[in-house]
Design a protein around this ligand. Structure first.
Ligand code: C2E
Ligand code: MG
Ligand code: MG
Ligand code: MG
Length: 292
């Protein structure tokens, strides 16, 4: 493999570099090639409606199928790519993949639900990505609302005044905006008041404590009520147990996402999941009930 050999000629490591630093250096070197050769894979995690018991939407989550280092989780590279100005190219790539997937679903089956794509705060500084969002989502090939966008709450702090203008522009394409990891920042409530989000994603760190902490239960219940009072919907992130699910359902949470229902799925598995879920007349609840 010529490419690989030549790469090793210009990759020098300081002897004292840690393993992490070495792989970070390697990740930066391999980025472009991996984009070109489709080594980044988009996984889809179903988001289930607690009102209907059926799939409501999905979140696109990127993974890196690295030819030498294997399967790399986004935790290992998102921050790195943000620091090095590469994240926007990756988000653009993910957006294109999701767009193609949604189109394929529509062409083949008509059974299709919205997919949300994660945006980095950096994306707001690249006109190119914003243009791309406008072109892709305004393109009549795909009905409005089949691609939505998530912005992490903590990243809102890094945005300047014109973020609101950009968020409004994105919404004009028919996309919805989800405020990701809600509760982890220092200005959660002012963000809700000042920006046009449609959906709050309650961070996993709250959900994980539902079973053990009465105070957390009250906080989660209040977030749901507050969201509804300003006409927003709620997604609970990282739901892993039936007990968490029951609590969220009782408190009127709209949607859940988490291993309890499904891990993020490869494109093929998600495709099959959609076929099975959407064509099946019963909801997962009644299915579970009937199987007792
Ligand atoms: P996120 O957007 O908050 O995504 C949810 C994360 O929680 C995902 O981690 C998902 O796999 C994980 N998760 C879902 N359900 C459960 C559960 O029941 N238990 C546990 N323990 N974890 C669960 P993942 O895929 O590792 O992604 C991590 C973060 O990386 C994402 O957090 C998002 O902020 C970022 N990310 C992922 N894909 C992209 C992308 O294409 N672009 C950008 N800019 N960021 C991305
Ligand atoms: Mg997200
Ligand atoms: Mg999240
Ligand atoms: Mg997160």
């Amino acid at each position: 493999n010529v490419d690989r050999d030549s790469r090793h000629q210009y990759t020098f490591y300081e002897p004292q570099m840690s393993f992490d630093q070495i792989s970070e250096a390697q990740m930066l070197i391999d980025f472009k090639k991996s984009i070109k050769e489709h080594h980044f894979k988009v996984y889809y995690q179903p988001i289930i409606s607690l009102h209907t018991g059926k799939i409501h939407a999905a979140e696109a989550l990127v993974r890196w199928q690295h030819p030498e280092m294997g399967f790399i989780s986004p935790e290992a590279f998102i921050n790195l790519f943000e620091k090095n100005g590469l994240i926007t190219e990756l988000d653009h790539y993910v957006l294109e993949q999701v767009y193609a997937f949604q189109k394929k679903r529509l062409d083949v089956h008509q059974l299709v639900v919205p997919v949300s794509v994660n945006l980095s705060w950096q994306d707001f500084y690249y006109d190119h990505l914003m243009d791309q969002i406008m072109t892709l989502t305004k393109n009549n090939d795909l009905p409005e609302g089949l691609i939505n966008f998530e912005v992490v709450e903590t990243s809102m702090a890094a945005l300047e005044q014109n973020a609101n203008y950009l968020l409004e522009q994105i919404k004009e394409t028919g996309a919805r905006l989800l405020l990701d990891d809600f509760g982890t920042g220092y200005s959660s409530f002012s963000i809700l008041g000042n920006y046009p989000f449609d959906v709050i994603k309650i961070d996993r760190s709250f959900i994980i404590q539902i079973e053990t902490d009465q105070k957390m239960r009250s906080i989660v219940a209040s977030i749901i009520q507050m969201a509804h009072s300003v006409n927003m919907k709620t997604v609970a992130e990282g739901v892993e147990t039936e007990q968490q699910l029951h609590f969220l359902q009782q408190e009127g949470c709209d949607y859940i996402q988490g291993y309890y229902f499904s891990k993020p799925l490869s494109e093929k598995d998600y495709f099959d999941f959609l076929d099975a879920d959407l064509s099946w007349p019963l909801t997962w609840e009644s299915r579970a009930f009937n199987s007792d």
